[in-house]
Design a protein around this ligand. Structure first.
Ligand code: NDP
Length: 330
């Protein structure tokens, strides 16, 4: 069988190594749909996988890449036909299954979503897991009654992938958005995306020093966890909602129950990986409708497979701005 190009991770005594390698197609896993991959993307989790951190990968050699968009090469008797444009995010692809940082992938048909009309291939990957999760967070706020007229809505880790897309969606929907970030230098970027103002990391963490602060945020999307989430909860308005999806700043949460029992605050957990198939089409439909694509394009950089390896350290250090799409054929 012909070879395909992939980032191949190997485990050695010195740790996990990554290199762009030609791999025999016969080594692809046993799914029913074979896909010619066009683009993948770099999420925080890809950084962890590329660096062999987080215990996410069980077996090596491994092909990383938790997201992909591509064209079906062989539908294998599933509902997908040769030439269909498909997207895969989640389902632990790129963690326990070979993923999208490669020119070919073989996946299970039930994990695939048809790429929505109105989004280009690069835009679907500029969205990727990060943008998908951002929309889930927005929908979680809506489900708990947060609306554009409710008041100030905070997005933490706003300079990252989930945060940038969340700011852009909320801005387009007419929310009064505050970008929470450790990078004051990005203030202009946040305002262009749709934020009205910036609040610094230290100021947010400081709010966690008391069980309750003045009521400020009607809603919040938290991608950071740790001291930042502990600071957001006491500053929520009566019956406000925080959609929590990330841990870029830490998994531990030291707080009190006071905001929950005195202000009726809701802490809504958001997971994208195992989101049911029926919800996925709805989420992609909302993304095609409610995400300002010109702002998404402005927040997107495109790199090749080799570059993706080098960017793993930057994404884990919180240095990457917005979304990084990987052109796997470059
Ligand atoms: P990025 O690396 O793109 O962004 C994370 C951002 O968090 C950074 O840009 C930075 O924003 C901020 N940050 C990083 N380190 C720290 C720190 N030590 N203290 C405070 N803030 C910090 O990651 P993603 O946007 O891809 O993912 C964000 C989080 O969401 C990750 O934890 C990821 O695992 C999680 N996630 C969860 C999903 C789910 O299904 N639940 C799906 C997708 C992501 P700034 O510089 O602006 O402060």
């Amino acid at each position: 069988m012909a070879d395909f190009r992939a980032i191949l991770l190997e485990k050695t005594d010195a740790g996990v190594t990554a290199a762009v390698t030609d791999v025999d197609q016969a080594r692809l896993p046993d799914g029913d749909v074979t896909i010619r991959v066009l683009y993948s993307t770099l999420n925080y989790k890809d950084g962890l996988v590329l660096k062999g951190q987080g215990g996410l990968v069980r077996n090596y050699p491994h092909v990383p890449g938790i997201d992909l968009v591509g064209v079906v090469e062989d539908g294998g008797g599933s509902g997908f036909a040769k030439g269909d444009r498909v997207i895969a995010t989640g389902w632990r692809v790129g963690e326990v299954w070979w993923g999208g940082l490669a020119t070919m992938a073989r996946l299970k048909s039930e994990w695939l979503v048809r790429a929505p009309d109105g989004l280009t291939d690069t835009q679907t990957m500029a969205i990727g897991t990060a943008g998908f999760t951002a929309m889930q967070c927005v929908m979680a706020l809506e489900a708990h009654g947060v609306a554009p007229g409710s008041g100030e809505v905070l997005v933490t880790g706003a300079g990252g992938g989930v945060g940038s897309v969340a700011v852009a969606i909320l801005g387009k929907l007419g929310y009064d958005v505050t970008a929470g970030s450790g990078r004051a230098s990005l203030e202009g970027y946040f305002k262009d995306l749709g934020a009205a103002r910036l609040i610094g990391r230290e100021e947010l963490a400081e709010l966690g020093k008391r069980p309750l602060q003045s009521e400020r945020f009607a809603g919040a999307i938290d991608t950071v966890g740790g001291d930042i989430l502990a600071g957001v909860l006491p500053a929520m308005k009566y019956r406000g909602t925080v959609a929590a999806c990330g841990l870029a700043g830490g998994a531990a949460l030291k707080t009190t129950v006071i905001p929950f029992i005195i202000r009726g605050v809701t802490l809504a957990g958001v997971d994208s990986v195992m989101a049911p198939a029926a919800e996925r089409a709805e989420i992609w439909g909302r993304l095609a409708r409610d995400l300002p694509t010109e702002k998404l394009d402005a927040a997107t950089s495109i790199v090749g497979l080799e570059d993706a390896i080098g960017l793993a350290d930057d994404i884990l250090a919180g240095k990457v701005r917005g979304r990084t799409v990987v052109d796997v054929n470059a």
